[in-house]
Design a protein around this ligand. Structure first.
Ligand code: LMR
Length: 396
């Protein structure tokens, strides 16, 4: 019956993490998957989340029935305040929103919706992007293509190439954008550059789909949504996926949201119905625990302040690790220019190392990066920083 089924080649990020785990070398360094590790190499439990868990344990649901198809209303209200910040009033009336299974779940529901109503549209993602963007959109039946983003020669943004490629797209093309902490390069657009991109989106009637998994990891919670706010001000329709995996350290709860900013409140109501239908025909309704945790934190002033402080500490630690790595590398190899690493932002950096260099790092030094040369900055700490810098210096 199943003889014709092809073997799954495996996911490049998850497969590598499995290889890391089975590597017996004690000095190995994990710079692969996007988990935030603290200074002790542990994925932290947030104090604010622990407090929320304790509260939920003392206050069980009166009636633990299914959530609505589009999720917990209070959670959605709290999550959208965070995602849109001060520009929420500009979109509130014309906003459809659902609770999702993390950021990936939001992308998938959005992709299914787009395939149903824009069957002839194709998706354009940055080159490079998170590998799973291709898989999720293709899995929904949409063809994916790339627009220029990263110039391997300069190790900088290829902004002219990006603009040129976007300017040629047919109307209703779907353009996937990272509002902050671009995964995998860590290279973000300036506000002036966002303005130019949004002008092209508007002029060419493109459909922007923002994927936001790292709000607060670049400059701060408000600063990191500036691109979303510009888009909201433009009055154009767009989609936004939001994830709490990283910024609440709630990876396993699968908690996020999908927003569709529509042209009118009437259309938003119709889209809300279609989003519910998409959920119902995929997994019926979302789970409640992660939503209740996030909602409890965001609904409580003291816990929100605690969360913001915890997030700020993570942001600062990643920033420090990045700067320290660059300064150690510059000391070890004054003949090489590593300044491009210092200006990248968020959880990831694109080292520019070739697959052969990445293989040497893994095989000779036990330092694991994704084959593309992406490293997870949050995997660095004061115990492995010297060894990592020495390994980088030896292979570059
Ligand atoms: C990553 O890019 O490493 C993370 O987003 C985790 C994942 O799901 O791939």
């Amino acid at each position: 019956m199943f003889e014709h089924v092809d073997a799954y080649a495996g996911d490049p990020i998850f497969s590598l993490m499995e290889r890391f785990v089975s590597d017996p070398r004690p000095q190995k360094v994990n710079l692969t998957i996007g988990f935030y590790f603290d200074e002790n190499g542990k994925v932290p439990d947030f104090g604010c989340v622990d407090a929320a868990k304790a509260w939920l344990a003392d206050n069980p649901l009166a009636s633990p029935v299914y959530l609505p198809m589009d999720g917990m209303p209070d959670y959605r209200a709290a999550a959208q305040k965070l995602a849109f910040g001060a520009s929420l009033p500009q979109v509130q009336e014309r906003l459809s929103a659902i609770q999702s299974l993390g950021g990936s779940g939001a992308l998938k529901v959005g992709a299914d919706l787009l395939k149903r109503y824009f069957p002839d549209s194709q998706v354009w993602v940055s080159n490079p992007t998170w590998d799973n963007h291709h898989s999720i959109f293709q899995g929904a039946g949409l063809a994916t293509n790339t627009y220029r983003y990263y110039n391997p020669q300069t190790r900088q943004l290829d902004f002219n190439g990006m603009l040129e490629d976007l300017s040629k797209l047919p109307a209703q093309s779907i353009v996937l954008l990272h509002p902050c902490c671009h995964n995998p390069t860590g290279i973000d657009l300036t506000m002036e550059q966002w303005q130019q991109v949004i002008a092209i989106i508007t002029e060419r009637k493109l459909l922007a789909f923002f994927d936001m998994a790292y709000q607060g990891f670049s400059e701060g919670l408000d600063e990191d949504i500036k691109a979303i706010q510009l888009m909201a001000e433009s009055g154009q329709p767009f989609l936004l996926s939001q994830s709490f995996s990283k910024i609440f350290s709630l990876y396993s709860e699968r908690i996020g949201a999908l927003y569709v900013v529509c042209e009118t409140p009437e259309i938003a109501q119709t889209i809300q119905g279609q989003l519910k239908f998409t959920v119902r025909t995929n997994y019926s309704t979302p789970p409640s625990y992660g939503a209740r945790l996030v909602n409890h934190v965001l609904g409580n002033e003291a816990l929100t302040s605690l969360w913001q402080a915890e997030l700020e500490q993570m942001r600062q630690r990643m920033h420090d690790m990045r700067q320290q790595l660059v300064s150690k590398l510059t000391g070890l190899r004054p003949d090489c220019d590593f300044s491009y690493l210092a200006v990248q932002r968020g959880m990831f950096s694109y080292t520019g190392f070739s697959p052969a260099q990445v293989a040497r790092l893994k095989d000779e030094f036990g330092v694991y990066l994704i084959d593309s040369g992406r490293m997870c900055i949050a995997g660095l700490n004061n115990k492995n920083l010297d060894a990592t810098a020495e390994a980088f210096a030896a292979i570059c």
